[in-house]
Design a binder for this molecule. Sequence first.
Ligand SMILES: NC(=O)c1ccc[n+]([C@@H]2O[C@H](COP(=O)([O-])OP(=O)(O)OC[C@H]3O[C@@H](n4cnc5c(N)ncnc54)[C@H](O)[C@@H]3O)[C@@H](O)[C@H]2O)c1
Length: 439
Amino acid sequence: MRVVMVGSGYVGLVSGACFADFGHDVICVDKAVEKIEALKKGIIPIFEPGLDALVESNVKAGRLSFTTDLTEAVAEADVVFIAVGTPSRRGDGHADLGYVYAASSEIAAAIKGFTVIVTKSTVPVGTGDEVERIIRETNPEADFAVVSNPEFLREGAAIEDFKRPDRIVVGLSDERARAVMTEVYRPLYLNQSPLLFTSRRTSELIKYAANGFLAMKITFINEMADLCERVGADVQDVSRGIGLDGRIGSKFLHAGPGYGGSCFPKDTLALAKTAQDYDAPVRLIETTIAVNDNRKRAMGRKVIAAVGGDVRGKKVAVLGLTFKPNTDDMRDSPAIAVVQTLKDAGAIVSGYDPEGMENAKQMMDIEFASGPYQAAEGADVAVLVTEWNEFRALDLERLKSVMKSPILVDLRNVYRAPEVEAHGFTYTGVGKTEEVTKV
Ligand SMILES: NC(=O)c1ccc[n+]([C@@H]2O[C@H](COP(=O)([O-])OP(=O)(O)OC[C@H]3O[C@@H](n4cnc5c(N)ncnc54)[C@H](O)[C@@H]3O)[C@@H](O)[C@H]2O)c1
């Protein structure tokens, strides 16, 4: 199959490289000239474990190439994936479909022969209908079908997720398109990944329903964590106690600073907006959004409480800035709100992240340190915000020796209180406070 990927970001580049690895001929297109120039030189513009080797081997094998010339690439294609961004629209929170529609008209003008156009971007229900309309109006002669194929990969484990997905969802009604999509994903379903064919609208909604549910699950355990702190229970034991129930499942039950990243915040918001527009409001998701928004600043206040209620002029070391480990993605990272809350209260913040520093520098005005111990130099408190492996086995003696006062706030429950306290630290986790308010 001749595959074109329009948009070569976290999703487009990973999907393109994986499709090439399956044996397809793939061209990744992007408007960002510097991104394509870098890729042509073998430089991967994002941090994603294993991606550099996968790209390199497939480029070498002649199956993967990069261009800014969409027209030439699309003309030869059997299938064109749209993997451009769908951020929140400024002002109202709906998904901004500007990039998807712009890509659709560019693709429309370039189509030659029967071509399947696939939206891999996360798009609200009905977007496929609009993409179809745009293509038909731009190029009335075009022979094409529009398919929905949402992507479920997670940054940090993207290649594994793409190559061994729990399922592949494909929304379509055209039989020729079904044959093409079956061929594109053949290596995966031969490998037992279920290929689920649905209507296009259903497929579009599945993606939002999945992200909405997962965001709700995280938010649920975060609220349980708050309750644990009040009643003297341990949220990690609660997670285990409920997660072992097969109907609930143990994943996404880790209490923390609230969900962030490039997907959950914008997708929950877009789902809530779509549901309101169709007069079927999703109150659970609306509440999830509100609870999560409050939580991020509340985590900043938790740090302030850990140093006795006043952080003005004090130094806070923030360990981990990205929204999760193994990515350099800073979009909507909880660290942004935590840092802002601390700065608003007058703290001096020093941050360190193994991969996210470059992106973080565009987003926050703090001191950037060269490592966790450098960040903690002279600090009144250290806050573990992102659970990078590098922070899982900190040399606590060394950490204590460089800090002004040994206080550790662990927003990911990486450590156990007794082991940290044994080194002379005051420790605060999430959902673990022993103080009980009797009612
Ligand atoms: N990042 C994830 O973990 C993830 C997971 C699943 C789904 N998604 C969804 O996938 C989509 C893409 O997300 P992403 O994180 O890869 O975004 P991204 O911002 O990393 O990449 C998008 C790329 O598209 C390019 N682009 C925009 N318009 C273009 C055009 N007309 N022609 C060519 N290139 C164009 C941009 O330059 C950018 O490089 C979004 O809808 C997102 O919700 C993302």
